[in-house]
Ligand binder design. Sequence first.
Ligand code: ADP
Ligand code: MG
Length: 688
Amino acid sequence: MEQFLATNINALKGIGLKNSNKFASLGITTIKDLLEHYPRRYEDRSNLKLICELPLEEYSTFRAKVFKVMQSKPNKRLTITKVIVSDISGNVTLTWFNQPYQKSKFSPGMKIIVSGKVQKKYYGLEINNPDIEPDIEEVLNNRRIFPVYPANEYINQWQIRNLVTQTLDKLEILNTEHKLPETLPEDILKSYDLIDRYSALQNIHFPESTELLDKAKHRLIFEELYLLQCALLYLRKNNKQNSAGIKHTPDGPLMQKLEKSLPFKLTSDQAKAINDVKKDMEDVIPMQRLIQGDVGSGKTMIAAFALAKTVESGYQGALMAPTEILAEQHYQNLSKLFSPHNINLVLLTKSLKTKERKEVLEKINDGSADIVIGTHALIQDKVVFKHLGVVITDEQHRFGVRQRSLLQEKGVSPDVLIMTATPIPRTMALTIYGDLDTSIIKELPPGRKPISTYIRNNEQKGRVYEFAAKEILSGRQVYVVCPLIEESEKLAVKAATNIYEELKKTYFKNINCALIHGKMKQTEKEAVMSDFYKGNIKALISTTIIEVGVNVPNATIMIIENAERFGLAQLHQLRGRIGRGIHKSYCILISDNRTEETLERLNTLVESNDGFYLAEKDLIIRGPGQFFGTNQHGLPDLKIADIIKDIDILLLARRAAIDTVNSASALSKIKKTLQSHFSDNFKMIFYR
Ligand code: ADP
Ligand code: MG
């Protein structure tokens, strides 16, 4: 059966090479693709309207008889085909442009079913580019609810319906011969009241009734989410069982001294997360933990304790950050924190000179470097650790899953800690990070003043910059982020340079400000950042390179130019650079764009400082596909489930999957299904 699903659709009748290419344009090459080409919507044809009853400007379907077929060629480039059809109540003109072949499909007296959007013209009713199918009595008698598929200019509804019908007929044979295996375990079908696979496929395409259509949808959504959850949970179990990890020693004097030497008291969320991490690290099962903490919640502390713990147990720790600026900042901060404790840190980035680089690599290799902080440079081949105990990725959303696992492979089953400041809605976390244990840090360190956020237009910009200059006079620092230009880094740099030069001449005339962008040399960037950290530079005009991680508590103003170009999550990240100290902070979003979507996004940001709330909103505004690029999380696209709308089913499916994965016999039965279901994607998931 699975073989049948994997066969190319040209095994079906009437599919030649030409047609199979056309179907490929819809992403359909195998029978499985065809069956998973689910209808976009359904039409109830039980009581079709008469022509005189058709609502204008709406999509409808009716039966009619061909009255007259005409074709004209008003000029060389234009062919117009018009077919007048009628029923007892009136007539409609069907029109096609530049599709001369349409003419040959019709002859007077022919009975057809027409679907399309009806428009009123001065000469009567008209439909442009309608869908046509022959009105064969049996088609209508047997079926009431008709599927409407995503189609395109090469393939029409009728062709898809025909092919699906043919495929379903073959499935029926397999089903009656008991050759159509069920993907879901028997007991799950029963306890979750799900219909069988054949009925579900049959009814999702050609529903016998609305009740059965709902049941079919429910079953297929459940199946999709259940299989994904099984895969993720199996992966987690496998990770834990197959590799005996490192058993870190219980806290000794180093950990105790570190805690006492902190300049502040840990928040209770931090303490809890650190406890989770310690417990995981002391266990022989390798840690796979995700720390989700809003921007500024103090995630670096969690990393610090994990690193110290591995050093105390006699291992090395690695911390990977997505940008050089952030790696450098971590290196500075952790060096300060660890300096009383005789811990040896090194920084590894791409921009090290050959000689320095060689030295650093040697220290990593011979174990004299206890802690290694770096960028992607950490995962290169030449980096060999002596005995890696824990690997940490900061701002995981900036890395692909593959980079995470490459770092992990630098050790033998090291403990893994993943930190992200992009709070992921719960539903999303269950799907993307369904294989990880999670700690959440919601609470911000005490004493933070809430950030006020405002939307201003370009006319009001003068006042905004005057205000910024005033704040600088009273000792604060300012970020100005230049418009996001995704197409070209070069253009982004140009925009930033223009704004910088403009400000130097006007509002920031007597103020020490600096420009920073991705095209600058690393040493230049470092010099600028270091002056900004020290407070010598008062205003930093930058492209989005300061988006993640940067921590300068004295900076209290964030001005974002052309704010409409940024997504909600990114704006929240940018705003997270301020509000980190004891002074009141202000975020000003500058935008002239007043479309509804922009206003909704910007107002959401004004309303809330809660990253978790914003993430939920972002997911709703942008939809799950956009939220994380597919290649980012490496998960297969969902064909029918929608993780926002189908949260209830997701929770059921997850519960069922937990039961399956916990039972040895159930697990061994589902494994084969998982393999054929995910094919290539499966390997991807299991690679993590
Ligand atoms: P993020 O979660 O965004 O990575 P950081 O780890 O950079 O946050 O911490 C932000 C700031 O908060 C830093 O200046 C850090 O020293 C400070 N901080 C962290 N934990 C606490 C705490 N418990 N009390 C006070 N300040 C803290
Ligand atoms: Mg951070």
